[in-house]
Design a protein around this ligand. Structure first.
Ligand SMILES: O=C(O)CCC(=O)C(=O)O
Length: 286
């Protein structure tokens, strides 16, 4: 199967700025459908951050989102149980092909998330790298594949500053995040850029890029989906074990991406990859 690869221009932008903006990955109907489905997720049980009740970055089980207003804040993890459209976004060719070009074929799908950033003056935004306390201190060199990266899909337009934009510090993926700085870096610190985009666009970025959400004073909610990929030797962080109850809804490639290696676990797995790994991930047996 012929997979897309980065253009020379994209390769240079990825290497220097540390992110890519892909326009029009989802069409208007897909955006509407996914947006409606995110609203539907609000009514269903799942993993939410439980503000103030759990340590930072941890999620707890809720029967439904605390606020049922579709314009209110929501941060739902592990979207795979919510239907085929969320599963299929895992290897959406326009995005996934580029992820494979960047990361190589020895990868896992490690996390999915739907975030609604409400319009409010109470949230100032923040800046971080991905992967928690461990990964924030690890950066690879210019010639290396990333350890982990994300695809962020916009489900609403972001056309102005302080409208909940995804913010980045271009080129910061090669520098240590000054996470002890007081006051902390934020979306208005020097060097931070608020990325504008249309619903259906996608941003790609590695875990090491300094990034985060801008505040949203726009009067309307900003909705995104996030899909995270990591090298196979790093673990997924949406599930403690392969979600076997979902396997019959997935293609061979999707099953491999969520960690199904085709046999029960044995020592050496994930560090050393199955012999058909490249064929499965590039789709030639998928
Ligand atoms: O855009 C957001 O709301 C958060 C995105 C982000 O910072 C992340 O995925 O780590």
């Amino acid at each position: 199967m012929n997979m897309r690869t980065l253009t020379d221009e994209q390769r240079e932008i990825w290497a220097t700025d540390g992110y890519l903006h892909l326009s029009g990955v989802l069409d208007a109907d897909e955006v509407q459908s996914l947006s409606d489905q995110v609203d539907g997720v609000r009514k269903q049980p799942g993993w939410e951050p439980l503000s103030g009740m759990l340590p930072r970055g941890h999620y707890g089980w809720v029967e439904q989102c605390a606020d049922q207003d579709p314009e209110a804040f929501m941060d739902r993890r592990d979207l795979m149980p919510y239907g085929a459209d969320f599963i299929n976004l895992m290897d959406r060719p326009e995005v996934f092909d580029l992820v494979v070009d960047i990361m190589g074929p020895n990868i896992l799908f490690s996390m999915s998330q739907a975030i609604v950033r409400a319009s409010t003056h109470e949230f100032p935004g923040y800046t971080h790298t991905d992967g928690g306390e461990g990964l924030r201190e690890i950066r690879v060199t210019e010639t290396s594949r990333p350890i982990a990266m994300k695809a962020l899909y916009l489900l609403s337009d972001v056309t102005e500053d302080d409208a909940g934009a995804f913010t980045v510090y271009p080129g910061s993926h090669f520098r240590p995040l000054p996470f002890k700085r007081d006051p902390p870096l934020n979306p208005h610190s020097p060097g931070c850029v608020q990325l504008k985009g249309k619903a259906g666009d996608c941003f790609l970025f590695p875990h090491a890029l300094w990034h985060g959400p801008a505040p949203n004073h726009s009067g309307k909610a900003r909705k995104t989906l996030l899909y995270n990929y990591c090298q196979l030797f790093v673990r997924a962080y949406d599930f403690g074990a392969v979600p076997t109850h979902l396997l019959d809804q997935m293609t061979p490639r999707q099953r491999r991406l969520i960690g199904d290696l085709g046999h029960d676990f044995r020592p050496g797995d994930y560090f050393y990859v199955p012999e058909d790994q490249a064929q499965v991930i590039t789709g030639s047996t998928g």
